[in-house]
Ligand binder design. Structure first.
Ligand SMILES: C=C1C[C@]23C[C@@]1(O)CC[C@H]2[C@@]12CCC[C@@](C)(C(=O)O1)[C@H]2[C@@H]3C(=O)O
Ligand code: AKG
Ligand code: FE2
Length: 319
């Protein structure tokens, strides 16, 4: 998977190429301090090491997004999902007060700082990705002239995959695409994230010091009219080491209708998707999961290569 230095003068072209061919890349020299990533990992470790009764006090309620629980999408798969998660949407304070009645403030400060810095990085990445498609700040009416997106939506997902006695019979996180515009993933120094590369198979994403993984999500897939396909990915578990990851999902304001960008449509390039908001798309995904993109497709195109996204077998890995 491409590793892109944010300070590389060719970053725009490199990002464009990575988006087209992999749907993902790693970024280094991104400006997020290592100390902040370490602190975020510490908060995540503290959270998941709490007694289960304590964690359940901050359980995600059935119709809510934030809180402690299993990943919803796991219910679409038959394998045992060897993981637990905690989703943050907006301020973590209410849930963190339930988890750590005495010292929730320090954990809130870490997560708030992490979200602030991630939002800035996500915005920069988004403009590079759009720039590589020939889309400028003036083209996007939900951004201000400086490229700032006042009401951008985001959520963070902390994941914990304990060491697993029988890794072949389990999966950490089932195969999925993210519904966001883009997702920035921090992984601790244990491998486990895999991406599906067309005509190659599953590729394990190496852990590189200071590296953050960037995934193309479904909303950028739609906006780019399929030129930048959202990447199928999953997390596998291992026998000896616990793994932690934190994913930051970034997208446009919830009320914005995302549709294939007019500049990318023309003779021979019909618009492939109908306009949709992130919230509506999440609703479709909650019911139909990996079929969501094809359900909002308006023009049928023959599949290039058939990949069974619901095949959660472990034995197709390519290093
Ligand atoms: C903004 C979001 C993306 C997400 C759904 C959510 O509301 C918060 C959790 C996210 C997550 C994390 C694990 C994989 C995933 C598919 C899931 O089930 O919950 C993603 C969702 C998504 O990208 O659609
Ligand atoms: O654990 C990982 O590396 C992947 C996490 C992920 O894909 C997600 O939270 O959406
Ligand atoms: Fe993901």
């Amino acid at each position: 998977m491409p590793v892109i230095d944010f300070n590389d003068p060719d970053a725009l072209q490199l990002i464009g190429h990575a988006c087209k061919t992999w749907g993902a890349f790693q970024v280094v020299n991104h400006g997020i301090p290592t100390s902040l990533l370490d602190q975020t990992e510490c908060t995540s470790r503290d959270l998941f090491s709490l007694p289960i009764e304590q964690k359940l006090k901050a359980s995600r309620s059935p119709d809510a997004i934030s809180g402690y629980g299993l990943i919803r999408s796991n219910s679409f798969f038959s394998k045992i999902m060897w993981s637990e998660g905690f989703t943050v949407l907006g301020s973590p304070v209410d849930h963190f007060r339930q988890l750590w009645p005495q010292d929730y403030t320090k954990h809130c400060e870490v997560i708030e700082e992490y979200e602030k810095k991630m939002k800035r990085l996500a915005e920069k990445l988004m403009w590079l990705m759009l720039g590589s498609l020939g889309i400028t700040k003036e083209d996007i009416d939900w951004a201000d002239p400086n490229g700032y997106i006042p009401d951008a939506s985001s959520a963070s997902q902390m994941n914990h995959y304990p060491a697993c006695p029988d890794p072949d019979r389990a999966m950490g996180m089932a195969t999925h695409t993210d519904s966001s515009f883009l997702t920035i993933v921090y992984q601790n120094n244990v491998i486990g994230l895999q991406v599906l590369k067309e005509r190659t198979g599953w590729v394990t994403v190496p852990v590189i010091p200071g590296g953050l993984v960037v995934n193309i999500g479904d909303l950028l897939h739609i906006l780019s009219n399929g030129l930048y396909p959202s990447v199928l990915h999953r997390a596998v578990v291992n026998r000896s080491k616990a793994r932690f990851s934190v994913a930051y999902f970034y997208g446009p304001p919830t009320t914005v209708q995302v549709s294939p960008f007019p500049k990318l449509i023309g003779p021979g390039h019909p618009s492939l998707y109908r306009p949709i908001t992130w919230s509506e798309f999440l609703g479709i995904k909650a019911k139909c999961f990996n079929e969501a993109l094809s359900l909002i497709k308006v023009t049928k195109t023959p599949p290039i290569e058939c990949v069974d996204a619901n095949d959660d077998s472990n034995n197709v890995e390519v290093a």
